[in-house]
Design a protein around this ligand. Structure first.
Ligand code: F6P
Length: 329
């Protein structure tokens, strides 16, 4: 192992830069050359590759986004795209590749492994939708970004005594909504993992109104549907003022939290060590605060266990009538 390359792929996430820094500096510390591939797998196809050194990653640990840029490459999914990528890897003498991204990026890494390029994946996505790891890089920052917005929306929602539905990202995962909703004291959290009923939400809003609670925050995960549609449904049913706010890309930017920087540093460094141990086709993650690694296929086949206790807790704390499923008393 002499030449290590790295790329970021898929949606960016805060902390990717800290992971890049950890990969580059651990590699240099271990006497390896490091190549940075710009724009994900399309950069590999196009030979958009630069040499990296200690100073290429100076002053980035605190910055969101990714200095290597990112992309979702359709071409790489074709046989022709893969062939071009393999040729470039040969031309640049890439002995090992580190891919920072989500499940789609890991599938790309798997393809390269099958064709003889050792790869290690690092989980970088705000969605926290990779079951094999407790946390993905960027999730904690995204939750804090949402929380900051909830705090602000609370002020205006309270002043106008109205209901606000806040739509957050997460693809098919409800984790951002769940964590930010619990931390932000949301009255209702709507996520793909749990079915919901508009009638129940309306009843809850009316009960709140009857005990003088004149404003309410609902956090909705994008995987369920659109905030504007749900706002309209509630308004039509019980004729109360409801506003919808779609937080969008604001969630994905900004300075990574200490948690994400530390996670990214640990994962980045471990990924390099794995390549040096001649390991390949694996992903790194964190379980019970220990850095782990497992086979990509195995990691992606694990089904995400929904954190029922967090969901129930959020509901108990916001609704005196919430019945925890299965509770005896
Ligand atoms: O996967 C990360 C994510 O930010 C999702 O939460 C969101 O649904 C999606 O990416 C947005 O993708 P794009 O950047 O292509 O709009």
């Amino acid at each position: 192992m002499r030449n290590i390359a790295l790329l970021t792929s898929g949606g960016d996430s805060p902390g990717m830069n800290a992971a890049i820094r950890a990969v580059v500096r651990t590699s240099i510390n271990r006497g390896l050359n490091v190549l940075g591939i710009n724009r994900g797998f399309s950069g590999l196809i196009n030979g958009d590759i630069i040499e990296m050194n200690m100073s290429s990653v100076a002053d980035i640990i605190h910055r969101g986004g990714t200095i290597l840029k990112t992309a979702r490459s359709e071409e790489f999914k074709t046989d022709e795209g893969l062939r071009k990528a393999l040729n470039i890897a040969g031309v640049f003498k890439i002995d090992g590749l580190i891919v920072i991204g989500g499940d789609g990026s890991f599938r790309g890494a798997e393809k390269l492994c099958e064709n003889g390029i050792p790869c290690i994946g690092i989980p970088g996505t705000i969605d926290n939708d990779l079951a094999y790891t407790d946390y993905t890089i960027g999730f904690d920052t995204a939750v804090n970004n949402v929380l900051d917005s909830i705090n602000k929306i609370r002020d205006t929602s309270n002043s106008h005594e109205r209901v606000t539905i806040i739509e957050v990202m997460g693809r098919n995962s409800g984790d951002i909504a769940l964590y930010a909703g619990l931390a932000g004291g949301a009255e209702t959290i709507i996520i793909p993992e749990v079915s919901y009923s508009i009638d129940d939400i309306c009843k809850r809003l009316i009960e709140g109104k009857n005990r003088n609670k004149l404003y309410s925050i609902i956090v909705l995960a994008e995987g369920v549907g659109k905030a504007t549609d749900i706002a309209e449904e509630i308004h039509e049913k019980i004729n109360i003022e409801v506003r919808a706010t779609i937080l969008g890309y604001i969630q994905r930017g900004g300075n990574p939290t200490a948690f994400d920087r530390i996670l990214a540093s640990r994962l980045g460094s471990r990924a390099v060590e794995l390549l040096m141990e001649n390991k390949s086709n694996r992903v790194v993650g964190i379980k019970d605060n220990h850095i782990i690694d497992l086979q990509i296929e195995e990691a992606l086949s694990i089904e995400k266990k929904f954190q029922t206790e967090l969901y129930d807790l959020a509901n108990v704390l916001s609704n005196s009538k919430y019945e925890v499923p299965g509770r005896k008393i």
